[in-house]
Design a protein around this ligand. Structure first.
Ligand SMILES: C[S@@+](CC[C@H](N)C(=O)[O-])C[C@H]1O[C@@H](n2cnc3c(N)ncnc32)[C@H](O)[C@@H]1O
Length: 208
């Protein structure tokens, strides 16, 4: 046995923290979708970026048409669908079919039939110009290899005056700062309106 190395709990903890940090840094530099097998991260409670705060900043009217890009397992989706009522629709769009299936199942279990799903990449949205009244993108932007392209697409599919709400939470390896988000969104032609929550866990609203 090597006597120079004593595997004390403190050392083991530091080593584990180092490995987790290195993986997070690598993932941040190489953006990709959070795999369905890791979905426990998106099923956990979302501090700061709460459903109530989203409802407040999104300010939905019944009957509106909403696009949710990257719903994960549908943490926010049923709440949106309930607010829109039977005349409104939530279109969920994700790169992973398993996430879409999970979200649809969750909505149906709550008796919500105004949610529909399409699979694809946010850098190329399969919708006509001016299709949606609002769009949401929560802890998704940093996973997209070209976030500028996704924001341009969102600006295109929103009707003039439509709103985009982006949510970000520090601790997510792909966290996007408000400053970086504003710069990218403005380059895509979206005007910043307001933020809710602290900078470490915020929703920001933009107008097309
Ligand atoms: C971290 S999860 C967030 C889930 C959910 N918005 C939430 O906050 O609970 C990111 C989601 O974005 C999706 N995603 C990542 N890259 C994407 C892309 N290029 N196009 C569409 N969806 C993407 C992932 O598959 C995943 O469902």
């Amino acid at each position: 046995m090597n006597r120079d190395f004593v595997a004390s709990p403190g050392r083991l903890f530091l080593m584990a923290a180092g490995v987790v940090g290195a993986v997070a840094l690598w993932w941040r530099r190489n953006p990709s979708a959070c795999p369905y097998s890791q979905r426990f991260w998106v099923e956990a409670p979302h501090p700061l970026i709460t459903r109530a705060r989203l409802a407040e900043i999104l300010d939905l009217d019944p009957g509106e048409r909403v696009l949710e890009v990257g719903p994960g397992t549908g943490y926010y989706t049923p709440g949106l669908a309930e607010r829109l009522g039977a005349d409104g629709t939530v279109e969920v769009f994700d790169i992973q079919q398993e996430m879409l299936d999970h979200t649809i199942r969750r909505a149906r279990e709550r008796g919500l039939w105004n949610v529909s799903a399409t699979r694809g990449d946010a850098r190329q949205l399969p919708y006509d110009d001016d299709t949606f009244d609002a769009a949401v993108l929560i802890t998704v932007l940093g996973e997209i290899p070209d976030p500028g392209a996704a924001l341009l697409e969102l600006a295109r599919v929103l009707r003039p005056g439509g709103r985009l709400v982006v949510g970000e939470l520090l601790g997510d390896p792909h966290y996007v700062t408000l400053r970086s988000l504003q710069r990218r969104a403005e380059a895509a032609g979206l005007a910043f309106e307001q933020r809710t929550g602290p900078k470490v866990g915020y929703f920001a609203r933009f107008r097309a």
